[in-house]
Design a protein around this ligand. Structure first.
Ligand code: ATP
Ligand code: MG
Length: 489
């Protein structure tokens, strides 16, 4: 795995160098360093324990020999020469410090230990080290001194060379073996970490291959059910959401351009016809036609702007809005029937809420056979469904929370006695650019953005909107949280 080019300069010095290494290298190096330390400590402890165990064995044997000789001496059965089966050498000294007995080949003139050390060793009852070279024995000796009857002293000693040899051999094995083991383990770590990181490398490569124009924008998901798997699925979910948002955006642009084209074509046609036959042209009629198309264009532009603003998700302005007054004004302007309770105030943006009313009343007026009724009331707590529950399948969690804490809701309904909307289309019409009566002339209907703006605005105010059957006709129901008492007064 190659090191990634650094995003920000990691600095110079050892820390910078270390940070520039690949993750694989750093993980392997760290694991190996810890391992090396553990192995070194283990080897050290092992050699120490082994040495102590071997020395213990020798001490036991030497003590055993010494005891035997003391027993023989005390029993007076000690010959001139002492015979031992192992390589222990023994000297028996009389009270004046002269050697009276010894194992064959042992110095019979000079005691292994001087009088001072002998006394010390007897008193402490512990084995002592002494150099064997003056006595022709290579390496150190382990000796034990015991006192026997009649002031005699028994010195038993044995070469420590074997133990030293064993320890040296063990040390050599460890010095060669430990680094070898370390190298093996480091290599294994390198491989295992490489395998572990491979899905991440694949993810990275997959991400690098994703371009703005690629058909499918998905990252490879590893088969293992581990963290990398969940990372890949989470990232893929995110990509899917981005893709959906992107698709919506493209559709919106294409729909919007489509909607812009027809009034522009109409304006152009009217002007071209008028200019090619200027004689006998009713310029006033032409101007009126062009003006009508221009109004359509500017309405469309305004609607798109409103949607873009709502899409930005900026929190709406929160000020007490007299919804009753807004409704009264809409009733007057469109000449429809009103059934409006006074003093219903909500928190929000008066312009946005005014647009909600205008859009709903305009729809109702356009489709009504004879009457349109705008009704507004405040529902006391407990009546009606909770705020979020009124929008079938579309309720948002945030709104539900808000609805639960609010005491009351404002319920605004706009009812007409027109053809209504079939139940299966009552959600669909809230989508952008959705028109059911597309067969109708364009002049009569708009672009199909009205209800989309209504829903986005109501949601931004923490409320819900849905359509229901008014038998005959259609009723649009908007529920908004009432203004908190302290702000409404
Ligand atoms: N009161 C209603 N009765 C019957 N159908 C309706 C009613 N209100 C809306 N619709 C249907 O829902 C569709 C979408 O309405 P919406 O308000 O979103 O768009 P529009 O009125 O066609 O255009 P715009 O509101 O942008 O001028 C309408 O085209 C219409 O078919
Ligand atoms: Mg409309």
């Amino acid at each position: 795995m190659e090191a990634e080019p650094p995003r920000h300069t990691p600095g110079s010095g050892p820390a910078g160098w270390w940070r520039r290494r690949s993750l694989r290298f750093r993980l392997t190096a760290t694991a190996s360093a810890v391992l090396a330390l553990a192995l070194a400590v283990s080897a050290y402890v092992f050699v120490g324990v082994l040495g102590r165990a071997l020395a213990g064995t020798i001490d036991d044997e030497v003590y055993q020999r010494a005891r035997e000789v003391v027993a023989l001496a005390d029993a007076g059965r000690l010959g001139d020469r002492i015979v031992t089966t192992d390589n222990t050498i023994v000297q028996v000294l009389d009270a004046s410090g002269r050697i009276v007995n010894a194992t064959p080949g042992t110095d019979r003139l000079v005691p292994l230990l001087g009088a001072d050390r002998r006394e010390g060793a007897v008193r402490s009852g512990r084995p002592v080290f002494l150099d064997g070279r003056p006595y022709g024995i290579p390496g150190p000796l382990r000796a034990r001194v015991l006192s026997a009857d009649a002031g005699r002293t028994v010195i038993a000693a044995r070469s420590f060379k074997e133990v030293q040899g064993s320890l040296t051999t063990t040390g050599h094995v460890l010095i060669v073996g430990t680094p070898l083991l370390l190298v093996l383990l480091a290599a294994a770590s390198w491989l295992v970490i490489g395998r572990t990181l491979r899905p991440i490398a694949l993810l990275r490569r997959g991400a690098a291959e994703i371009s703005g124009t690629a058909r499918t924008r998905r990252l490879p998901v590893p088969e293992s059910r581990d963290e990398v798997h969940s990372l890949a699925t989470t990232l893929n979910d995110m990509l899917a959401r981005l893709e959906a948002a992107d698709a919506r955006q493209r559709a919106l642009i294409s729909d919007a351009s489509h909607e812009l084209r027809s009034p522009l074509a109409s304006i152009r046609l009217q002007l071209e016809v008028a200019l090619s036959h200027p004689e006998g042209q009713d310029w006033r009629e032409t101007a009126e036609g062009v003006l009508e198309d221009t109004m359509r264009l500017s309405r469309l532009a305004e609607d798109l702007l409103a949607l873009a603003r709502l899409d930005e998700g900026r929190t709406v302005r929160r000020e007490p809005v007299d919804l009753a007054a807004l409704a009264e004004r809409a009733v007057e302007r469109h000449g429809v029937t009103g059934d409006i309770a006074s003093g219903v105030t909500v928190d929000g943006d008066a312009l946005d809420l005014g647009r909600v009313l205008t859009n709903l009343v305009a729809n109702a007026v356009r489709h009504a056979t004879s009457t349109v009724v705008v009704a507004l009331r405040a529902e006391p707590p407990g009546t009606g469904a909770p705020l979020s529950g009124t929008a079938p399948g579309r309720g948002t969690a945030g709104v539900a929370g808000e609805g639960a804490t609010r005491a009351d809701v404002a319920v605004l309904t706009v009812t007409d006695d027109g053809p209504g909307i079939p139940a299966e289309d009552r959600e669909r019409v809230f989508d952008r650019f959705t028109r059911l009566d597309s067969a109708r002339s364009r002049d009569e209907g708009g672009a199909g953005l009205g209800l989309a703006i209504v829903r986005d605005t109501v949601r931004a105010h923490g409320g819900t909107v849905h359509l229901e059957d008014a038998a005959p006709g259609l009723r649009a129901v908007v529920r908004l949280p009432l203004a908190a008492p302290e702000t409404s007064r």
